[in-house]
Design a protein around this ligand. Structure first.
Ligand code: PMV
Length: 334
């Protein structure tokens, strides 16, 4: 969140192109290292920010616009609209209206909002939460809302409910804090201790999958066979608790093994798919210390833990095995 002077092209003919104050908010993507799905059932999970991909919101005041004249541009999803014309259930409209409610305001000063993101959509890297957070942060600055990070996180969670139905809250929490987190729904978010820098390669299957659909399917299966699913969720809890200790200790070899075990548990939950399994195996065969799907699954991304010197080999193996894109990310020692 910061003020900046941007060269902003005015679309109003009688206002020359000039320097206008703009408010910019940016936020990273995220990857779940351990515990996806089980986290919806109150088990712990571990997630890290992915800073190579980001979403960004820019707000520029429109000095001659009337009250409530808000224009919205989100070119990545081909959205060019006014707030008035936007579907009330659209996540951007939801974010703005939640902010107005929270700040107890019924009118907005005129402004234009531009939202962009390099986070792949519907791919398990937190694009929806990240976008909600930048919109809320930029608006908070623009209106002078003075909301704390905790309040911004809570509002982003409410927007996530529109996307995910029953989100655990891990996406908005890790992205708001921009730090590795140990997360249990309803409990205080814990910063994770990281004993050694951890380098990951994330590979995208290119298959878009809707988190809300997969979470709903897991719920259906859990309702049919609660005992079997509870056993798997408990297995994932044990893996996640162990991973928390191992990350603090900095034992990368052991951590890789735990990622492999978590992937097996996710296969048992039936949320992996052929394309994810192919990428996970390709990474391991190329020398990754461990690999697993990350996020809701059935497409989207997988994540592998690597040693520095194996990065090019693992990257090539993933591309050869069908990944449409690769992101490398480093989690620093904390
Ligand atoms: O696919 P993503 O990035 O939205 O991650 C979803 C993680 C789940 O545990 C499957 C759902 C949740 O809300 O925690």
């Amino acid at each position: 969140m910061r003020y900046s002077n941007l060269l902003f092209k005015s679309n109003l003919k009688h206002i020359p192109i000039k320097l206008m104050p703009a408010i910019i908010a940016t936020a990273p993507g995220k990857a779940i290292l351990f515990g996806e799905h089980a986290v919806v059932y109150k088990r712990p999970a571990i997630a890290v920010p992915v800073t190579k991909v980001r979403s960004k919101a820019i707000i520029v005041a429109n000095p001659i616009g009337g009250k409530n004249k808000v224009t919205i541009e989100a070119p990545d999803i081909n959205l060019f609209s006014t707030l008035e014309e936007l579907d009330l259930n659209h996540p951007i409209a939801v974010a703005i209206h939640l902010m107005m409610k929270k700040l107890n305001i019924s009118e907005l000063p005129a402004f234009s909002l531009r939202v962009t993101s390099t986070i792949p959509i519907a791919s398990g890297l937190g694009s929806s939460a990240s976008t909600a957070i930048v919109i809320i942060r930029a608006l908070n600055d623009f209106i002078g809302g003075n909301l704390s990070n905790k309040e911004i996180n809570q509002l982003a969670f409410e927007v996530e409910i529109i996307h995910h139905g029953t989100p655990s809250g891990i996406d908005n929490s890790v992205i708001t804090s921009s730090q590795p987190v140990f997360f249990i729904t309803g409990k205080r978010i814990q910063r994770l201790k990281v004993g050694v820098p951890l380098r990951f390669i994330i590979g995208n299957t290119g298959i878009k999958s809707l988190t809300s659909d997969i979470v709903a399917e897991v719920k259906k299966e859990w309702q049919i066979n609660p005992q079997a699913y509870e056993v798997i969720f408990n297995r994932i809890r044990q893996i996640t608790l162990e991973a928390k200790k191992i990350i603090a200790k900095g034992d990368k070899k052991e951590l890789g093994q735990l990622m492999n075990k978590n992937h097996e548990a996710l296969q048992d939950l039936n949320v992996s798919c052929k394309e994810l399994d192919i990428l996970v195996n390709a990474a391991k065969q190329a020398g990754a210390l461990g690999a697993k799907l990350c996020g809701a699954g059935r497409g989207g991304n997988m994540i592998s833990l690597i040693e520095n010197n194996t990065a090019p080999i693992v990257e090539k193996a993933l591309m050869d095995a069908g990944a449409i894109s690769i992101i490398t990310t480093l989690v620093k020692r904390i």
